[in-house]
Design a protein around this ligand. Structure first.
Ligand code: ADP
Ligand code: MG
Length: 583
């Protein structure tokens, strides 16, 4: 292997004079401790590299050794249910020392392996050759996406370590020995048979998302918000409730105590669908602010590589990154150390292209082995001072199709989720309308439009009401404000901590929405007939509508028809009163 000697070192970055060839993205072993690093630039006979561990004690003259391979992670059945650092090395309990430094930390868990192919069979790239015993999805053993050949030998059913040779292939390039796990470079997207268009939402169980700002399966969404606006709580709700097979959660540069909460909570959670531990279908990648900054830069690529690996098994995967701003800060720090010309807010000029590299790997695909899989990416962004015009938020906006803007004043009013309907958007509404139609709501798109129009009008009328006073507004406008309040309180508000309401199925969302729509139709009619807005505001049924989410959990959806009957009779009564008053 090629060797080099350190000439200069500054924090996580070093320059070394080479004695032999290196290539960009090659993994290297640095110093006597053989710390893991990666070549990021070639400059004549110098390499520029970043080191994924604490570099204290390294000095000029220390040795660097190439590995000949791109920075890679080991993908195999031992990933699910565990907590790793940014390079997929296992983390133990949350302690002061997160992991032992040094290359070659191996995972060697044992699994009960059952082959699904026999000697003499041909295996195409990405094809499964066996399965390990256990619960839940994600237990296939795949041929690497760039390998194919005829089976010379394959292990019989039995217990094997994850890194033990279980398959020998005769390939065009010679014999290839394979284990249940295989390495894949983190910066290279895994190949697929075909990329597919989005045609269904990733159901989140959050009304404001599914009904107003859906994200497609295989789509990408950004969740920007200042400190304390609810990014982590929402990411956790999504992890728990969204309808994907696998969750990859990457905690990126948040403070240790915030990450510790997630690390404490997630492993405790029960999967609401199966009653088994949610961790069985979850992978956590943790790089807190006290961990090496370069590993944080790598961690989101590691996470998306892991997500693609499960996608390639024909599974639907959701990847939550919290927060991509801390990731961008790592990029900025490394760039600063390299003395690169800083761009906006000190971020390097390639911030945008790196964000694109990440988000563009969200996908709905036909995997090499057939079937269908997807990776949906949800990136939290924490803009300083909640300013969405800063570089990370504004560049992220270019690459996502759903934008869920968290709002400080909503959060301060404890209105959760604090997503502001007027600073959020979703671009796949036309494609997803068909899915809602199949769910029994052909009117989803027009209902959604009506809600958004109402909320826009509310913002305008509230400004006006502040000037002229609410009572000076015409009756129809007063009604608009009343209906907007109802939609906010009764539909968009949803506590992550309410057992009855923390999850809302598409069916329940539709039932609630239909009730709200019916109320608004009747109220508009009543106003047109001369009813006073105050009479409508005083209707007791309005309180029931505001509490629909809490009062009618999933097992009582059908009973909402009773509320519909009350709405109808309340308006008939109002109409009779009007006629009596007129007469
Ligand atoms: P961030 O990650 O944006 O800094 P958090 O997700 O930690 O913010 O949220 C801060 C606090 O706000 C939480 O501890 C919780 O009390 C409250 N909160 C946030 N989102 C919700 C929600 N969806 N339902 C109920 N409470 C919430
Ligand atoms: Mg947080």
């Amino acid at each position: 292997m090629s060797k080099a000697r350190i000439r200069w070192i500054g924090g996580p970055v070093l320059k070394a004079r080479t004695e032999g060839p290196f290539h960009v993205h090659e993994a290297i072993a640095v110093g006597a401790q053989r710390l893991l690093g990666e070549v990021i630039q070639l400059d004549g006979d110098l390499i520029v590299a970043q080191v994924y561990e604490d570099t204290t004690g390294l000095k000029p003259g220390d040795p660097v050794e190439g590995t000949g391979a791109a920075l890679s992670v080991s993908l195999g059945p031992g990933i699910l249910g565990h907590i790793f650092d940014g390079l997929l090395r296992p983390l133990g309990a949350v302690t002061e020392h997160w992991f032992e430094p040094g290359l070659g930390v191996r995972r060697n868990q044992e699994f009960d392996f059952t082959p699904c192919a026999a000697a003499g069979d041909s295996l195409a790239p990405g094809q499964p050759f066996g399965e390990v015993a256990g619960h839940g999805p994600g237990r296939l053993c795949l041929v690497p996406p760039d390998v194919s050949g005829r089976i010379v030998s394959i292990a019989s059913a039995g217990r094997h370590a994850e890194d033990e040779i279980v398959l020998v292939l005769e390939t065009p390039a010679g014999e290839r020995k394979l284990a249940m796990q295989h390495d894949w470079p983190v910066r290279r997207p895994r190949p697929v048979a075909a990329r597919l268009l989005a045609d269904a939402p990733m159901v989140t169980g959050q009304r404001i998302l599914d009904t107003l700002f859906p994200v497609a399966r295989g789509g990408r969404a950004a969740l920007p918000g200042g400190f304390g606006t609810g990014k982590t709580v929402l990411q956790e709700s999504l992890a728990k409730w969204c309808d994907t097979d696998i969750i990859v959660y990457v905690g990126c540069g948040e403070r240790g105590n915030e990450m510790a909460e997630v690390l404490d909570e997630l492993p405790e959670l029960e999967d609401p669908r199966t009653g088994r531990p949610l961790m069985e279908r979850t992978v956590i990648i943790a790089n807190t602010s006290n961990m090496p900054v370069a590993a944080r830069e790598a961690s989101i690529y590691t996470a998306i590589t892991v997500a693609e690996y499960f996608r390639d098994q024909g599974l639907h995967v959701a990847l939550m990154a919290d927060s991509t701003s801390r990731w961008a800060e790592a990029l900025r720090e490394v760039s600063g150390r390299l003395g690169e010309l800083p761009g906006e807010s000190g971020y390097p000029a390639y911030l945008a292209s790196r964000l694109a590299d990440f988000y563009e790997r969200a996908s709905r695909v036909t995997p090499l082995a057939g079937g269908e899989g997807s990776v949906t990416v949800i990136g939290a962004v924490s803009p300083p001072a909640g300013d969405f015009s800063e570089p990370v938020t504004s560049h992220t906006k270019r690459y996502v199709r759903s934008f869920w803007g968290l709002d400080r004043s909503r959060a301060q009013a404890r209105f959760y989720p604090a997503i502001h309907p007027l600073s959020s958007y979703a671009e796949d509404v036309d494609t997803l309308a068909r899915w809602w139609q199949l769910q029994g709501n052909p009117d989803w798109k027009s209902h959604r439009r009506r809600l958004l129009t109402l909320l826009e009008q509310q913002a305008r009328l509230e400004r006006m009401a502040r000037i002229v006073g609410k009572d000076a507004l015409p009756a129809e406008q007063q009604l608009t404000l009343l209906c907007a309040d109802l939609v906010n309180e009764g539909f968009l508000r949803q506590s992550a901590f309410s057992p009855a309401d923390r999850y809302c199925s598409p069916r329940r969302q539709t039932a609630m929405l239909k009730l709200m729509m019916r109320f608004m139709d009747l109220a508009e009619e009543a106003i047109a007939q001369g009813a006073a807005p105050d009479d409508i505001a005083a209707m007791p049924v309005l309180r029931s509508l505001q509490r629909l989410g809490e009062e009618y959990p999933e097992d009582r959806v059908d009973e909402m028809t009773a509320v519909a009957a009350v709405v109808e009779s309340a308006f008939s009564r109002l109409a009779r009163q009007e006629t009596a008053n007129a007469g």
